[in-house]
Design a protein around this ligand. Structure first.
Ligand SMILES: Cc1ncc(COP(=O)(O)O)c(C=O)c1O
Length: 482
């Protein structure tokens, strides 16, 4: 589907795949323009700001959005504002303190741009794809525009499918259902369960001792496979933040005629993504980790396996024609085929707005700022007696803003509870839905029980130096107690 057709009147965009659905009325939505309300309806149907416009407004209006943090200027540009920056939480004794959120890797706070895009779309919200009414046309145009924005954010190739899903887990499960008969999946034990568990036939590889070993292990495993194969790998670990050599792994996969799925759930909020440049076949990520917590995610990649598979859900939207209920004709468009039922339009709009806001700021200042904060955090943690940072490939390996650690004399749960109750600090504790990997990093003894695991501190757009220093000081105090 072309950019122009996405921006064109909604019924025309869908007409490519569904000629029978073409309505007679010509709506006043101009190709190449943001959808406009018809004359006389201007007050009721606001023009939707693109995510970038919303982000620019949020950044410029420092403090105007209640609870939004415009952030530290990065390279002269304001950061996209996140909601909840003025959240205060009770600590022991009933005092209120500003919340220090170190749980971005689980779910990031909402970007003001995402909230504004949703608020702008709501007054004209209506059915998508099948409605002839003007609000339906507008909502459909916004939904398809969101697909286009997410495609651009991921650096997808023109022919790639962009399927909106609920989250990364939904995206990996969708691809698992679309694998050609007999496909063997190769996956490292270091994966999040979302990328470890969906596969019917998987060869599991042990955690590699260094990045080159990951490439060699994948090479060996793929060499022994007959028939279709898929290599599944995370781009950035949700446990250690460490970046994986995805370009080299893609190269190896392709040398063996295999495909690669990259779990970008933790990469997408922290680094630019370019499917085409990295030569990846599929990527998956979640809106709620990307500052758009409205229940949408995406699977993006090659359309052929998706177009040939049974629909992920059987129902309206996926079906092209149903003469006999037991022999429906399914849409050949991979996006329609796997998005049966009414999609999460607002989730897609929010996700697109977040993608635009991050892209408009630019990754260079975002990464620089994160690296500064991460270095401060890791230096602070290194000064805490008895604290051990978890790492697969050593302290110098590049990573995103995620650190997991243990504290001698404390269980992870005790640390997390004390940080919350006494200091107003939110971290995650446990095994982070990556049980085999955390077990490998900790050893079985530390990980087997319900209280086992580690503490994870993850940072993002709302993190400040004060948050980092508060966390470090709190951990030093805790360490001194036992
Ligand atoms: C690397 C990674 N992959 C997949 C997921 C699953 O994401 P979701 O819960 O949004 O499906 C997560 C969530 O923590 C993750 O960190």
């Amino acid at each position: 589907m072309s950019v122009l057709s996405i921006l064109a009147p909604a019924h025309e965009a869908r007409h490519e795949a569904r000629p029978e659905a073409r309505p007679e009325v010509q709506p006043q939505v101009r190709a190449g323009a943001q959808p406009q309300a018809p004359a006389g309806a201007q007050a009721e149907v606001p023009e939707a700001p693109t995510g970038a416009q919303a982000a620019a407004r949020s950044g410029a209006r420092s403090g105007a959005q209640p609870g939004a943090r415009p952030g530290v200027p990065a390279g002269g540009r304001a950061l996209p504002a996140v909601l909840g920056a003025d959240l205060e939480v009770p600590v022991r004794g009933g005092r209120l303190v500003p919340y220090a959120n170190f749980d971005y890797a689980a779910s990031a706070p909402c970007l003001a741009a995402a909230q504004e895009a949703v608020a702008a779309a709501l007054p004209a919200y209506s059915s998508v794809h099948r409605g002839a009414g003007y609000a339906s046309q507008l909502t459909t145009a916004r939904y398809e525009q969101a697909r286009h924005t997410v495609r651009a954010f991921a650096g997808a190739r023109p022919g790639d499918a962009v399927v909106f899903t609920r989250n990364t887990t939904d995206a990996t499960n969708l691809l698992a259902r679309c694998l050609p008969e007999g496909t063997t999946v190769v996956v490292f034990d270091t994966e999040h369960h979302a990328s470890l568990l969906p596969w019917p036939r998987a060869v599991r590889l042990a955690p590699p001792a260094f990045p080159g070993e990951a490439v060699r292990a994948a090479d060996d495993a793929l060499a022994g496979i007959e028939g279709p194969a898929l290599l599944v790998v995370t781009a950035a670990s949700n446990v250690t933040g460490e970046l994986w050599p995805i370009a080299a792994l893609a190269h190896i996969a392709h040398r063996h005629g295999a495909r690669i799925l990259v779990d970008a759930a933790q990469l997408a909020p922290h680094r630019g993504l370019n499917l085409a440049a990295l030569d990846l076949d599929y990527v998956a990520f979640s809106g709620h980790k990307l500052y758009a917590p409205f229940g949408a995610g995406a699977l993006i990649g090659r359309p052929d396996w998706l177009a040939a598979a049974e629909p992920y859900l059987r129902g309206g939207g996926a079906s092209r024609d149903v003469a006999e209920a037991d022999a429906p004709q399914w849409s050949e468009d991979p996006e329609q085929r796997h998005e049966a039922g009414t999609p999460n339009v607002l989730g897609a709009i929010a996700l697109a707005a977040a993608c635009e806001a991050l892209s408009a700021t630019g990754w260079t200042p975002l990464v620089r700022r994160e690296e500064r904060l991460l270095a401060r955090l890791r230096a602070g943690l290194a000064s805490v007696p008895g604290l051990r940072e978890l790492s697969l490939w050593g302290p110098d390996h590049p990573r995103v803003g995620i650190v997991s650690f243990t504290l001698a004399g404390w269980t992870a749960r005790e640390v997390a509870e004390a940080l919350s109750a006494e200091y107003g600090i939110g971290v995650r504790d446990g095994r982070f839905c990556a049980h085999p990997f955390v077990r490998h990093l900790l050893g079985d003894g530390d990980c087997a029980s319900g209280t086992g695991g580690a503490v994870r501190a993850s940072i993002g757009l709302g993190t400040t130096e004060e948050h980092v220093d508060r966390l470090t000081a709190a951990l030093r105090e805790l360490a001194g107690r036992r």
